[in-house]
Write a protein that binds this ligand. Structure first.
Ligand code: ADP
Ligand code: ZN
Ligand code: ZN
Length: 731
């Protein structure tokens, strides 16, 4: 028997530790390989991190592994190194981070079988031999004839379209040595389109500047107004990387991955790309992951976690709309995909390109550092500039379904001029408030500190946080008054109003209540492509990523809420949303217009909007952040806890705080809390938080590294759970 060896494993558990098992296998044990391990009463999957000939424990006290799942390691050294960095930087359990890097399909006990595809070809190209089959074996003849026309062969999928029972037929033909199969292993070569738009002078100059900087790591920020041709620049950069035989990861926000973009990439490069996003099944995402890994495709296009795709020859990472909130993972392992991508690019010494018309303040501040390059594009390559933004002061206005009279007049004019109109309202449902005038009763969720939203089509009051619903009361549940009223306007009501006001114009609504899948979204937006006048109503889903040239008017209803939000990031988000929404119009061969309804037209942010310059607003906001000592000039770490009772959550954070206070230099940090979270009760649980803030990141790191080992010992259970969020998006 070979001497025992001991391997340490990462297991997907919210525990800050690794697990040791015995391996008697005489084959080499390679980090990144998955094994099945006995664990408690059952088994679990673990990823090997390292191996050693000795252990601190007696050999017989260490359990042996059960089985090996992979012949070769699934996670390469580089990804393991990245995972280690993430675990350390974001203070997340290594096991969870490592499993995050695997496609969901492989996180359990499934074996990895490379998803190569078989292809059948004719052994000879003897047409007569095939013809001879016609009488006796018409089904063989049918497939043979199809193959004669396809000298490159056909896949199972293609055969199935000819004959659903193709397999039996093909087996017979194989036996007769008419056919043979092979793996399709070859890379799908890019087919570069012959027609491309001529670059504008600005695009051309930027590419010229970037090109010599692409041999090594650097962060490039494309800071170009909406519709300025940033995507065109990514495509040209990708083309040059592919020409060098390299592969590229292209990240887009969850709602930015439109069919338009996919079509554009296919048109430019053919089928040499794979996509991965939350609209696909685990299996489909795994297929994409595997195709990229084997080098079958050169471009991996997808949302946040696509960042962890592996390949042999990664040559660039692109992050479109880098300011988008969906790059931040908020549950489970908390990380920011943009920041991890930058780290990854640095580790591989490759370039990373970020793009946005409304760059995050973090990125703008980082451009002051000399390793970041910022490129401005001030003009659209198409005829018209981004539309000027007009404010419509609605302080004393009467509203019809959320729109003031001047707003409706503008909409009418644009429709009459055969334009398409986009109306942005970030609130779904019919009305956000239902209340009794007699006693002040309001519809409240029984699980959350939140109001229930009235949904007409569902005939219910619905909580947008936990999904709780109840019937619409006919009389007040508190005082019995015979009338309850609703206030405010959501997209459902807006749609209804628009339909009756503009009966001859198609009204398309896009929000989570009516659009359940990517295909549904595609179908709905198809109508815009025709260019006929219509009204597009929607929430965040329509705010970015779309490029419909016939839209001539963008309208933002109700932008005011964010002006008085408790979040220090609200102004930044609002400015980003307003510029993005307004930037949807005037992209084609007609000038666009953009209007924003507000009760606070004197507010500095609203006034800055009029000056048209997101960069100016961003500079002002950065100045403010600097004065207040907020990110990006400070770092934020938040400990959160949630429990069935508030006092349990608070107590858990007191326990954590006691350990932090003991660390040297704790007094040099600002600490807030523990305090109840803004929405204290959510989905039936009470939430509290403890926030640490410092302009000196070294001090913050040092306090955390002293205290974390003890904090990590504090149990987190379903009854009272805690988590930590580094670079938390809020205070
Ligand atoms: P962004 O990514 O900055 O929003 P896009 O690359 O999507 O901008 O470009 C906006 C529109 O302008 C698209 O319809 C695109 O096809 C078009 N476009 C981009 N570059 C050029 C160019 N050089 N010449 C003509 N049209 C262009
Ligand atoms: Zn009442
Ligand atoms: Zn609720």
């Amino acid at each position: 028997m070979p001497p025992s060896r001991f391997a340490s494993f990462a297991i997907a558990l919210p525990l800050y530790r690794v697990f040791e098992y015995r391996i008697d296998d005489s084959e080499p044990v390679v980090a990144g390989t998955r094994y099945r391990l006995p664990f408690g009463q059952g088994t679990r999957t673990g990823v090997v991190l390292g191996v050693s000939d000795s252990s601190d424990y007696a050999a017989e006290r260490i359990k042996p592994i059960e089985t090996r799942l992979d012949q070769r390691p699934l996670l390469g050294e580089h990804i393991l190194e990245l995972a280690n960095w993430m675990a350390e930087y974001y203070l997340q359990p290594l096991g969870e981070v490592i499993f995050q890097c695997l496609p969901g399909y492989l996180r359990g006990a499934r074996a990895h079988q490379s998803l190569r595809v078989k292809r059948w070809r004719l052994v000879g190209s003897d047409a007569d031999a095939i013809d001879r089959l016609q009488r006796r074996s018409p089904r063989q003849f049918e497939i043979g004839r199809a193959l004669l026309r396809q000298p490159d062969g056909m896949t199972a999928l293609q055969m199935k379209q000819i004959n659903p029972n193709w397999l039996a037929v093909v087996r017979t033909m194989e036996d007769k040595q008419l056919l043979r199969w092979e793996w399709i292993d070859a890379a799908v070569s890019p087919v570069i389109a012959s027609e491309m738009p001529r670059l504008s002078d600005e695009q051309d100059a930027i590419l010229g500047e970037m090109e010599p900087r692409l041999q090594h790591f650097a962060v490039h920020l494309l800071d170009g107004v909406t519709g300025s041709g940033k995507t065109e620049i990514y495509l040209r950069l990708i083309q040059s990387r592919l020409a060098d035989g390299l592969q590229v990861i292209y990240l887009v926000p969850e709602i930015g991955l439109t069919n338009q973009l996919i079509d554009r990439i296919r048109q430019r490069f053919g089928d040499c790309f794979a996509t991965s996003h939350s609209g696909l099944t685990d299996y489909q995402r795994y297929q994409a992951w595997d195709r990229f890994r084997r080098g079958e495709v050169s471009i991996m296009l997808g949302t946040r976690s696509t960042l962890f795709s592996q390949c042999e020859r990664l040559g660039m990472i692109v992050i479109d709309e880098e300011h988008d909130h969906s790059y931040r993972q908020q549950d489970g392992v908390r990380y920011h995909a943009r920041d991890v991508a930058i780290k990854r690019a640095q580790m591989l010494d490759i370039p990373i390109v970020l793009g946005s018309a409304t760059a995050s303040l973090e990125s703008i501040a980082n451009c002051e550092r000399d390793t970041w390059f910022r490129y401005r594009i001030d003009h659209r390559p198409t005829r018209y500039p981004p539309p000027p933004i007009q404010l419509i002061d609605v302080r004393n206005s009467r509203f019809e379904f959320g729109c003031a009279a001047p707003t409706l007049a503008r909409i009418e004019t644009h429709l009459a001029d055969a334009g398409q109109v986009l109306v942005y309202l970030n609130r779904r449902g019919f009305a956000p408030v239902v209340m009794c005038h007699e006693c002040g009763w309001q519809s409240q969720c029984q699980n959350c500190d939140a109001r229930l939203t009235l949904h007409h089509s569902l005939q219910t009051l619905l909580c947008h946080h936990c999904g709780f619903s109840q019937a619409i009361p006919e009389t007040c549940p508190d005082c019995g008054h015979d009338e309850v009223k609703h206030y405010g306007v959501g997209t459902e009501q807006l749609e209804q109003g628009m339909r009756s006001r503009f009966p001859d114009t198609p009204v398309l609504r896009v929000d989570r209540d009516v659009i359940s899948s990517r295909d549904a979204l595609k179908a709905r937006l198809q109508q815009l492509q025709g260019g006929e006048p219509c009204i597009l109503i929607g929430t965040q889903m329509i705010a970015k990523g779309h490029d419909y040239p016939a839209i001539t008017l963008s309208v933002v209803l109700d932008a005011d809420q964010a002006l008085f939000s408790a979040s220090y990031r609200a102004s930044e988000s609002l400015a980003q949303t307003l510029f993005q929404v307004c930037g949807r119009s005037g992209r084609g061969d007609r000038a666009g217009e953009a209007i924003v309804q507000t009760r606070f037209s004197d507010h500095p942010l609203m006034q800055a909007l009029l000056r048209q310059d997101y960069r100016e607003i961003a500079a002002d906001l950065l100045q403010e952040r600097r004065l207040l000592g907020f990110p990006p000039y400070a770092r934020v770490v938040i400990f959160r806890a949630d429990a069935l009772e508030l006092k349990q959550a608070m107590a858990k954070l007191e326990e954590i705080k006691a350990l932090l206070v003991k660390a040297r230099h704790f007094e040099r940090l600002a600490s807030i809390g523990p305090i109840p979270a803004l929405m204290t009760r959510r989905i039936g649980r009470y939430r509290a938080q403890l926030c640490l803030l410092s302009t000196d990141f070294q001090v913050l790191r040092s306090v955390l590294s002293q205290a974390m080992p003890a904090i990590q010992e504090i149990a987190s259970s379903p009854r009272v759970s805690w988590s930590v969020d580094v670079d938390a998006p809020d205070l």
